[in-house]
Design a binder for this molecule. Sequence first.
Ligand SMILES: *[C@@H]1O[C@H](CO)[C@@H](O)[C@H](O)[C@H]1NC(C)=O
Ligand SMILES: *[C@@H]1O[C@H](CO)[C@@H](O)[C@H](O)[C@H]1NC(C)=O
Ligand SMILES: *[C@@H]1O[C@H](CO)[C@@H](O)[C@H](O)[C@H]1NC(C)=O
Ligand SMILES: *[C@@H]1O[C@H](CO)[C@@H](O)[C@H](O)[C@H]1NC(C)=O
Ligand SMILES: *[C@@H]1O[C@H](CO)[C@@H](O)[C@H](O)[C@H]1NC(C)=O
Ligand SMILES: *[C@@H]1O[C@H](CO)[C@@H](O)[C@H](O)[C@H]1NC(C)=O
Ligand SMILES: *[C@@H]1O[C@H](CO)[C@@H](O)[C@H](O)[C@H]1NC(C)=O
Length: 627
Amino acid sequence: MEHLHLTLSIFLSFLMGVMAKSTQYLPRMIFTDKDTAVKRLSLSGHHAPVKIIPQRHRDAVIAVGQQEVILYDFQKTPVEQTVLWHCGNTSAAERSQDCRITVFQEMNETDLVFVCVAADAATRCCQMNVSSASPSCTSPSKVKKIVDSMKSSVTAKVEPSILVESGDSSSLYVTRSGQENSGIYRFGEKVIKPSNQNKEQHFVGLMFNRRKDDPLQNKVYAFYKARNCENHPQSYTWTPFVTQVCMADVGGSKSKLQRKWTSQMNAKLFCGNADTKQSFSELVDVAVVQAARWQDTRVYGLFRNEWGMSAVCVYTIQDIDDVFKNSKFKGSTKAFPLDRKRECVEDSTKLPYETLDMIERTSEMEQWVQPRNKSGPILINLHHNYTHIHVDTSQHMMNSNQAVLFITLNNGAIHKVIHREGEVLVGAEYQVFTNHVHILSISLQTSCRRLVVASNSELVHLDVENCGKYGDSCDECVLAKDPYCSWDNNHCVPHTHEDVQNGTAVDFDICPLTVKTGKDDIVQRVTLPYGSRYFLQCPVTSRHAVYRWNHLNKNTNCSVQDQSCFLHIDHVGPKDAGTYTCESEELGYVKVRAKYDLWLESRAGTHRSGWLPWVGVVVLLVKSLFC
Ligand SMILES: *[C@@H]1O[C@H](CO)[C@@H](O)[C@H](O)[C@H]1NC(C)=O
Ligand SMILES: *[C@@H]1O[C@H](CO)[C@@H](O)[C@H](O)[C@H]1NC(C)=O
Ligand SMILES: *[C@@H]1O[C@H](CO)[C@@H](O)[C@H](O)[C@H]1NC(C)=O
Ligand SMILES: *[C@@H]1O[C@H](CO)[C@@H](O)[C@H](O)[C@H]1NC(C)=O
Ligand SMILES: *[C@@H]1O[C@H](CO)[C@@H](O)[C@H](O)[C@H]1NC(C)=O
Ligand SMILES: *[C@@H]1O[C@H](CO)[C@@H](O)[C@H](O)[C@H]1NC(C)=O
Ligand SMILES: *[C@@H]1O[C@H](CO)[C@@H](O)[C@H](O)[C@H]1NC(C)=O
């Protein structure tokens, strides 16, 4: 009882803290198939893709399924599907049911990919040219060592991986999740495995941090959630972690940590608000935005809690690096054991036995990694469980000091989120799938700003550059704050890639003083019989705006239902005649959305003309209230 009570009160104070902010996290616009260009493809006969890779130079994607690799060419109508490769094409053993793709990695050179297939306790890897009509599986010297060292390593599914190519000694970093042997593996010339430990870990991301100034310090970072061992009723079952390894690491000496990481350090990630005790401890996904300065590289972590709420926190490599450089090791008495280095070393096999022993005993830091600027989550969704996060990593976006994120919901929708310094806006919700279809993967084709979304049964290709939908005035274009759009003196249009919308505040100053378009002033005349009922309708675009009706200088709020808001007039009488204006107001910008002139029918006249529109509108309203 005590526990329940405590949990409830924490939950309530959490809700209170979050409620005030939550309306800003409602999507500003809602887009369905009729609002944006969408192509849908049935996946019948094919496995659902677990990974989607946009092609750099054409409107096409490679979808990696469990047993096949398919190229979808969206330039063609109907969309052309080419099976590039199927498990069964390689060898007899792989024709078995057990055969599955475990690694699929784009290579440095255009068209080349590195792929691994596991079957019957063996793994076969090779290089493929996905541009050729029937790609063959080759293993040139560049990848030969990886191919050889991967042979006896079998993983169950596609996991995060990175291929680091450098002349003849390429290496593949790949994670393994689960209860046994989980951790980061390196294949290639120097094979390194994680130390044996029986912690359950699930990896969601892997990134490479290149140090041009000091290549010895090149590192790989991995993000994972670990299952909590302590079965404490109050602790949620997962803890989020970041871990790092040095790329120069070649393992310990013959007597200690041989071919095991000697440079690995782990730190817990915090996402929440320490003051209100809210925290999100299940790491779901990460997205990385590389920056020109390695320290500024940002990691967007998607988290959830036990109540099905989701949050996004941002970390910089600088913050992570600071913890690995300055924190005590967990359980260590000495703040800085002199013989334990925090930097990557030239030859890790030469580390003294005592150091290696210390490394083997603990690699966890005491200090947690806090979100950037010690801020709380940049985004919280109380009602929906977010499932994947993807970020636009095109060069011009990265240079513009802002980010466009795409976050999938477990009800089959996707949120487009704009993140700038100190500001987050859920710009749009794309209702891609209805009926709570589970989204398996998403990817953005940055060149044409199309999002490719996969479910179990469908591949959807949708336009996420919806500038024309924001409105026909400069102010409306600016209000959308969409880095993809700008005002060209006539329309809200997609930005050319160089001049991404920059401002941090809404800057109406860029908008010319224009004569109001005639559209605002179109007045619809409505004639109604005495005593009838009627609903006036006002179109809704931005859900962040307040809509109100004005009649005889009296304002009435208009509550939003679906794509409209209504004014309900009961028992029409003389007091109701006159002009009704529906206005929207957002950040001080006011616009007339609809105007009606209501007339009363003379008592002698027929009631018909008043009845017909009434019926239609009631049906609409009932639908929006109860569906
Ligand atoms: C891949 O195949 C295409 C078509 O056969 C060819 O033009 C291209 O040069 C090949 N690329 C590489 C890296 O071998
Ligand atoms: C792979 O095998 C299938 C049948 O198992 C065949 O239809 C397809 O053409 C083969 N593809 C290649 C690239 O050999
Ligand atoms: C691409 O290959 C070149 C030489 O083969 C290498 O110098 C470069 O680092 C590679 N790039 C990546 C991202 O691996
Ligand atoms: C959130 O969604 C995931 C994936 O659909 C599901 O496994 C999980 O149980 C959900 N969590 C809650 C609290 O609803
Ligand atoms: C966050 O920190 C960065 C660098 O530490 C600083 O430039 C930026 O202004 C800070 N942002 C906020 C919102 O405090
Ligand atoms: C964006 O801001 C930067 C720095 O303030 C400035 O140099 C650049 O010209 C701006 N770009 C545009 C398109 O306004
Ligand atoms: C109308 O909505 C505004 C903004 O949400 C609110 O401040 C105001 O109190 C509302 N007025 C009425 C009469 O409900």
